[in-house]
Ligand binder design. Structure first.
Ligand code: PXP
Length: 240
C-alpha cells in the first residue's frame, strides 16, 4: 500500500520576484497562506548566504504565521545555524551552497563532510528541529546521514529532472533504490528539486517516499492560475 505523498511548497521564488525590485510585495505571509489553503503540508524556504530571495525577517515572520510545518533549507554556516537555533523550524534541510550557482546544483557530501556536519545536526536536534540532509540518491550518502543521526534525508531529483533516455531510467532506478535503502536504515525519505506536474509522475510509485518539496514550477504555474490553485494542481498531480 502506497501512503499518500505530502507536498512541501517552496516559496523562495515569490521572494525572488520581490527582491528583483527591492519592494515589499508580494507579501510572503499571504503567499504561504494561499499555499496552505491549496493543500500544502508544509512551507519550505531557503535562507541563502547571499540572501538573494528569502531574508532573515521572512524566517522570523513566517515562523509565527505558518499553520503548517516550516522547513528551512540552509547551508552549514555558523551565522545561519544561529538563526535556525533561534527560530526553531520544524525541519531544517541542510544543503550545499555555492554563491555563483543559479540553484542548489548538487547534493550535500554527507560522507565527506561528516565531522563538520555532526555538531550542527546534534545542536539542531537537541533544539527540537528534525534535521534532513539534501543528498544525491547514493547508498554511501544515506549511510552517512543515518550515522549522523539525521532522521530525514531529501533525495536530490535535479539529475533526474534533467535526464532523458537511458540516463532517465538510471536516475529513476537510483531514486527507487535510495528510497528503499533509506527506509531500511530507518530514515524518512523526502525528495525534491526541478519537479513539475509532469515529471513527478514516474516517481509516484516509489513506496518509501514521504514528502516532495517543490517550488519553482508551482510559482511559475501560479502566474496563470494563482497560488492556491497552483498548489491544488500540484497536490492532484502528486496523488497516488
Ligand atoms: N529541495 C531543496 C533541498 C532545494 O534546495 C530546492 C530548491 O531551493 C527545492 C527542493 C525546490 O526545488 P524547485 O524550486 O526546483 O522545485
Amino acid at each position: 500500500m502506497l501512503t499518500p505523498l505530502k507536498l512541501g511548497v517552496n516559496i523562495d521564488h515569490a521572494a525572488t520576484l520581490r527582491q528583483a525590485r527591492g519592494v515589499d510585495y508580494p507579501n510572503l505571509v499571504e503567499i504561504a497562506r494561499l499555499a496552505e489553503r491549496g493543500g500544502a503540508d508544509g512551507i519550505t524556504i531557503h535562507l541563502r548566504e547571499d540572501r538573494r530571495h528569502i531574508q532573515d525577517a521572512d524566517v522570523y515572520t513566517l515562523r509565527k504565521t505558518l499553520t503548517t510545518r516550516m522547513n528551512l533549507e540552509m547551508a552549514n554556516n555558523p551565522e545561519i545555524v544561529r538563526i535556525a537555533l533561534e527560530v526553531r523550524p520544524d525541519e531544517v534541510c541542510l544543503v550545499p551552497e555555492r554563491r555563483q550557482e543559479l540553484t542548489t546544483e548538487g547534493g550535500l557530501d554527507a560522507a565527506g563532510q561528516f565531522d563538520a556536519l555532526r555538531p550542527t545536526v546534534a545542536a539542531l536536534a537537541a533544539n527540537g528541529t528534525h534535521v534532513s540532509l539534501f543528498i544525491a540518491p547514493e547508498r554511501k550518502q544515506l549511510e552517512a546521514a543515518a550515522e549522523l543521526g539525521a532522521p530525514y534525508v531529501e533525495l536530490h531529483t535535479g539529475a533526474y529532472a534533467n535526464a532523458t533516455g537511458d540516463e532517465l531510467k538510471r536516475e529513476v532506478e537510483a531514486l527507487h533504490d535510495a528510497a528503499a535503502y533509506g527506509a531500511t536504515l530507518g530514515l524518512r525519505v523526502n525528495a525534491g528539486h526541478g519537479l513539475t506536474m509532469t515529471n513527478v509522475k514516474p516517481l509516484l510509485d516509489i513506496p518509501n517516499l514521504d514528502t516532495l518539496n517543490i517550488g519553482h514550477s508551482i510559482i511559475a504555474h501560479a502566474l496563470f492560475v494563482g497560488v492556491e490553485q497552483a498548489v491544488r494542481d500540484m497536490v492532484a498531480a502528486c496523488a497516488r
